[in-house]
Design a protein around this ligand. Sequence first.
Ligand SMILES: Nc1ncnc2c1ncn2[C@@H]1O[C@H](COP(=O)(O)OP(=O)(O)O)[C@@H](O)[C@H]1O
Ligand SMILES: [Mg+2]
Length: 628
Amino acid sequence: MAEYLPILIVGAIIGVFTVIFVGVYALEKRKTGIKGYDRHMPDREIVRRLMHYARPYWKEFALALVVMLVSIVYDLASPLIIGDVQALVKGPFQLKDLYLRVAVYAGILVVSMICTYIQAMILQKTGQKILSALRQDVFTHIESLSQEQLNNIPVGKLVTRATNDPNAISFMFTNVLVTLVKNCMVILGVLGAMLVLNYALTLMVLCFVPFVVLFAVIFRAFSRKAHRAVSDATTDVNTYLSENLSGIKITQIFNQEQRKMEDFLKKSRQLEKAKEQRMLVFGIFRPMVYMLYISTVMCLLYLGAKGSIQDRVFFGQVITSEVVVAFYMYISKFFNPIQTLAEQFDMLQKSFASAEKIFTILDMDPALVDEPDAIELEEIRGEIEFQDVWFAYKPGEWVLKGVSFHVLPKQTVAFVGATGSGKTTILSLICRNYEFQKGRILIDGVDIRRIKTDCLRRHFGQMLQDVFLFSGDIRSNILLRSEGISDEEVWEACRYVNADSFIKKLEKGLDEPVLERGNNFSAGQRQLLSFARTILHKPSVMILDEATANIDTETELLIQDSLEKMKNIGTMLIVAHRLSTIQHADNIILLSDGQIVEQGNHQQLLHQKGRYYQLYSLQFKKQQLQNS
Ligand SMILES: Nc1ncnc2c1ncn2[C@@H]1O[C@H](COP(=O)(O)OP(=O)(O)O)[C@@H](O)[C@H]1O
Ligand SMILES: [Mg+2]
């Protein structure tokens, strides 16, 4: 009995640690709950849909698998060769025998390295292709969603769906799956080899396996929690940073730097703490697993030394020194994959969670789909008719209540009314950004729902208050993506809307760089560029929603002039607060709370002495006060 005392001591130590760990784990689970990843889609469904992306590359995957199997030979054969060398050096030997073994060892090593390299290359390439396909699908699908749907998803989330989540999936294809298969093969292979060599020692090694598995599972639970805390804290810091960098001017104007800094410090500390926690988790568990490994090796050496030195039979088998050497190497090759197996399964879960998020986006049906018999209009004359249109963003809360009006081709119609009266909403309905609930909208006498959306948008030009300029140069911002348009035509459009004079003054003219969001241009200049952008495509219907709001008096004169010219191009619908901008409109529609209260031209409305008259008098008085 006494000769097995050391082994019993090792066993007792491991037992104590196990009890402590399981205890801590149970406590933690009761206290905070250690969760997996929340998912709703069944695994089988996710796998089926992921296979759809992987199937085109089955040949690559098969090749990678074969190459991987070859590379495993090294893991299995190297301990045998070293064991053989041990057997060799025991007795009198010839150097040439040793050289032979070294050569074989080196050969296998080189082949295995080449195989690993080839496998990595194949998988990385394939992974990138799958990644790009996924990203493309997500982006295209997001583009097809209606504004209503997009309003409900934060932009940051969409960006994650198109970047991080596809990354996680591609990582699964390139790394997780293959490593999983490889690890299983190695475990089985090593186990087989050990059994053949010495089943008694193999049994001894197997005694430790449940502990490795247990420790690894507990470790994964803690580390997942720690990872989550770190990633939450990182998102928090990033969100705070991006929002406050965009709003930094406001912070400075209101002298809020100190308070913002304290807020940021708090979030930063949180991240710091989360990372410390994660380090702690790794710091405890890594040595624990190492302890198990060392214990196994110690038992092996103890038994092995006893066996081979005293030439004793152990469980019916003789232990030789070459077997001990081979086992020594096999043990590490055996423990590593078992330990990482839990990690691999966890990553698989993580990829599945990402996949589910992507598929949820892809499953959102675009709210706005053309009817199968939707028609294409070659030309649009620009006649617009609203017939008793009712619309609500949220069911029951009517924003437009029975709006009817009629616009003839090439007419200019202005919408006036208090903020929130529904002007923008009317214009959005004409562009089919939203689906209305009751009534009819006719374009050239055709129901708008029967016209293809892209046809509508091609013939319509929208100019909004917030002009969005993309980073690039002036030319690309005016052209957007239309091709085959010469600089002559671009300049002509610019002249038409009086944008040419300021562009000419720029150092590089049309090539002048545009910074993100067009920050290096004034609001008025951006507005003129957006006019040029719209005019270039000669739209049949032009829509200006407060496009003249943030413009100085001098630029306003320019814009006034270009609006006059633009009237010749097609129908024009204008929302403007300055009544001077709309005086010359053919029809002025006054809205209040989603209903039309007055309509007619400037003179008619003044005669009526109604609300328009009041508005006009107010602005007129204000103007006189400013002038005096
Ligand atoms: N995306 C939206 N979701 C929900 N309600 C909206 C949305 N856009 C506008 N509204 C509401 O619809 C009403 C009309 O808005 P809008 O047409 O933008 O007014 P206007 O352009 O005349 O200032 C407002 O009460 C506003 O709160
Ligand atoms: Mg508006």
